[in-house]
Design a protein around this ligand. Structure first.
Ligand SMILES: [Zn+2]
Ligand SMILES: [Zn+2]
Length: 252
């Protein structure tokens, strides 16, 4: 829902700490492509705050988007790819959007004016849906699909190099742990302390992080139940609440 949450005046929603202002979750991976030293920018999910996040990070292009699942807080900013997509289509082609079939179907329905072959909307986003594989090689970086559960819904997280991003997770299927072997930097959702049917708690996510053996864990997709300072004080040094704008080095 983002923090402050609408119509809420709880201590976290009214907190003066900028860390307690949380836009909807998304991550950006930025690296230098060895072959031609080009800067590559990949975004995971385009939530309703994508435009604000892109401005904040001063993005000047987007090479690809990977989607985790099709809930509103993860897809509704897709249309704001338009300016980036005009640049991309002039340079190499439409921006690839990697998504599982059921996610692609929601995107096609939600943004019919973008994807319908009959669409005459002249300034629609120049994007193309790419079926998500188990491994998705992009400019030398392998984005590994990590199957996860989000309540009853099968969704995905991603591993890239020594890092993984897993949001909206409520359960990790056993075979996915093998795909996470060697992950050192883990970004994983932790909604709150009170159990929720489709999101894990801080305690549960910390336990998974321990099992994976991450050296550094960042919790994301945090509700207004968790104040930044107070929660972090109670957490171990290697596992903390992430915050908007946080930048973490990873090895690809
Ligand atoms: Zn969700
Ligand atoms: Zn979500």
């Amino acid at each position: 829902m983002g923090v402050p949450t609408l119509a809420c005046d709880c201590p976290v929603c009214t907190s003066a700490d900028p860390h307690d202002r949380r836009l909807r979750p998304s991550v950006l991976l930025r690296w230098q492509d060895g072959e031609n030293a080009a800067e590559r920018i990949v975004v995971i999910d385009t939530g309703p705050d994508f435009r604000e996040q892109a401005l904040r990070q001063r993005l000047n292009h987007v090479d690809a988007v990977f989607y985790t699942h099709a809930h509103a807080d993860h897809i509704l900013g897709m249309d704001d790819l338009r300016p980036f997509s005009f640049i991309a289509s002039k340079q190499g082609g439409p921006i690839p959007l990697y998504a599982d079939r059921q996610v692609a179907e929601v995107l096609e329905r939600t943004f019919a004016y973008t994807f319908s072959p009959q669409s005459k909307y002249p300034t629609r986003a120049r994007v193309r849906l790419v079926p998500l594989g188990d491994h998705n090689l992009l400019n030398g970086v392998d984005f590994v699909r990590i199957p996860l559960w989000h309540g009853e819904q099968a969704i995905v997280g991603y591993r890239f190099g020594n890092a993984a991003y897993m949001t909206d997770v409520s359960a990790i299927p056993e075979p996915s742990f093998a795909l996470l072997e060697g992950v050192e930097v883990l970004a994983i959702s932790a909604l709150r302390h009170i159990p929720h049917p489709s999101h894990s708690t801080v305690k549960q996510s910390l336990e998974w992080s321990r099992r994976i053996g991450a050296r550094q864990t960042w919790f994301t997709h945090i509700s207004h139940d968790l104040g930044h300072e107070e929660t972090n004080r109670a957490l171990p040094a290697d596992a903390k609440l992430a915050y908007d704008g946080l930048s973490v080095p990873v090895t690809l």
